[in-house]
Design a protein around this ligand. Structure first.
Ligand code: B12
Length: 170
């Protein structure tokens, strides 16, 4: 009798629902000049609701601190949130420094929020942010489905991290 092999394709939604992967460890941060915090609180709650662990560095975080914590925390993804309008300037500076660090350069880094001071035209800043190394750029739309979908297709990097206890910091 002919042997039939079926391949089960796992959709993103299914992957998330089943939570077969271990939860991601996500470093959430703002940029050095940005003192807004509710964006960070909102994103932390959104990401944690999906079952992932958030290390929230809070507002006004220096590039050096973001890079240092990325080395220390065994993270799978860095999420930069910024709304004060300096995002495209400091974001470009941050990502160039981050991607120069060979041991963490493989970690995906995304940025989102109010990237500049041009409202809808902030999209003009996206190409340089992507060219300099960001893996994705998100606007400040309250519709965060694209962001959630992005997170759900990330695979954990550190396979040995299952033993790590979830940590939350503000
Ligand atoms: C509260 C507030 C403050 C408070 C912040 C207090 C605090 N501890 O957080 C104070 C008074 C300190 C403040 C200061 C300033 N602020 Co202010 N502030 C606001 C205000 C009124 C609300 C922000 C807020 O809390 N929103 C609630 C959160 C949940 O929403 P959110 O920030 O928009 O974040 C959402 C999205 O942007 C998106 N998002 C954000 N990040 C990311 C990241 C990713 C990856 C994704 C997917 C999505 C995403 O998701 C979030 C949820 O939907 C906004 C105006 C407004 N209505 O938005 C101005 C606003 C952000 N501030 C502004 C400005 C200019 C300033 C100052 C420069 C003013 C000044 N001249 O001093 C300073 C900057 C200080 C600094 N160093 O950063 C501007 C920014 C302009 C721009 N980017 O075009 C705004 C938009 C006001 C305006 N219309 O001009 N501010």
């Amino acid at each position: 009798m002919e042997k039939v092999t079926t391949i089960k394709l796992c959709s993103v939604a299914e992957k998330t629902t089943n939570m077969q992967r271990r939860p991601l460890r996500i470093l959430l941060t703002s940029i050095s000049s940005d003192s807004h915090t509710w964006n960070l609180v909102f994103l932390q709650l959104l990401i944690e609701k999906q079952g992932h662990t958030v290390i929230n560095l809070g507002c006004c975080v220096s590039d050096v601190e973001i890079i240092k914590r990325s080395y220390e925390e065994e993270i799978d993804l860095v999420v930069v949130s910024t709304v004060n309008g300096h995002g495209y300037i400091e974001g470009n500076r941050l990502i160039l420094s981050f991607k120069r660090e060979k041991k963490i350069a493989h970690i995906p880094v995304v940025i989102g929020g109010k990237i500049g001071i041009s409202g809808k035209d902030n999209t003009k800043h996206y190409p340089s942010l992507l060219k300099n190394g960001f893996d994705a750029v998100f606007g400040d739309s309250p519709n965060l489905v694209a962001f959630e979908n992005y997170i759900n297709q990330i695979d954990p990097i550190f396979q040995h991290s299952e033993q790590l206890l979830p940590r939350k910091e503000i």
